[in-house]
Design a protein around this ligand. Sequence first.
Ligand code: PLP
Length: 360
Amino acid sequence: MSRLHNFSAGPAGMPTKVLERAKEELLHWNSTGTSVMEVSHRGADYVALAHKAESNLRQLMRIDDAYAVLFLQGGASLQFAGVPMNLLQGTADYLETGAWSKKAYQEASRYTMLGQINLVASGKEGNYTDVPQRNAWRLTDKADYFHYCSNETIHGIYTDVPSSINAPLVCDMSSDILSRPVDVSRFGIIYAGAQKNIGPAGLSVVIIKKELLDKASSICPSVMNYSLQAKADSMLNTPATYAWYLAGLVFEWLLEKGGVPAIYEQNQAKAKLLYETIDGSSFYHNAINPTCRSIMNIPFTLADNSLDEVFLKQAKTAGLLALKGHRSVGGMRASIYNALELESVQVLVDFMMDFEKKFG
Ligand SMILES: *Cc1c(COP(=O)(O)O)cnc(C)c1O
């Protein structure tokens, strides 16, 4: 049986080549006579693997020595708490552009003993179809940090790096990290759960400017304390060793493909093909302002939503998986992360045009 076209929002499809390599060395890794998941994270073999993964990620994203790169657990959601526990002392600003930045805002708001969380603006009134107008943002003077989500996975909205923000930028990049070139030097913290563009679930990457270390509150759990984790090379306790290994393989795969600029080109071509199909028809619709459409997650609705179930069923028969939209939004969603090839989007687009002919 061949691998199907997987449009899952997360955990998402992995590059087939990476899985093949993992399969090949599953029982005997690196001449150790064991699997990589059966060795100590403090042994020389594993430590070398961990360092290599970090240096490859640094190369891919051009991360310099002013930043620490951490491989932690708990997913992006734990960082919703980790960020305020590490940085909040007075007030932090949060921009709400969709479901994930809203969750980050709500989680941070629980830590009233540390400081205040200010909602800068929310796209809620427009049903999260647009990034709130910059001139309406209510920014705090001297905020500890400014938090936003670059790619709203559920709503399909992309927010560009905000300019002229005086506070350190903290960005949840879970669903678009490594999908396009980013100037890391503009950020205080970039964090991402792995299961969209990095590897399997269970791992999260935190890239933090070293000058922001050592500010953690005394209530911050040690394993969530970025300074302690940086000093311990992310091994304060046992890390997610197998997920870290697989992330390392994904970084190598990406470097072989030509790095972030090359994958960005492919990602743009995939998104263009799908958006053009949606916009070119009156049967399919995407509600997001075209200036801030995601190139990773593309939600769309059918003109007649009583056809949703038929669409999903026939799509599955055609080998197109996981196209059901998030329950809070409805309709369909195609997640087209780095690992998904242009060919898969072509198969989807052909299917959509066929379906429209039959039912439109
Ligand atoms: C998936 C996702 C999350 C949640 O990740 P978990 O690892 O499940 O905590 C947070 N933010 C964004 C943007 C996401 O796509």
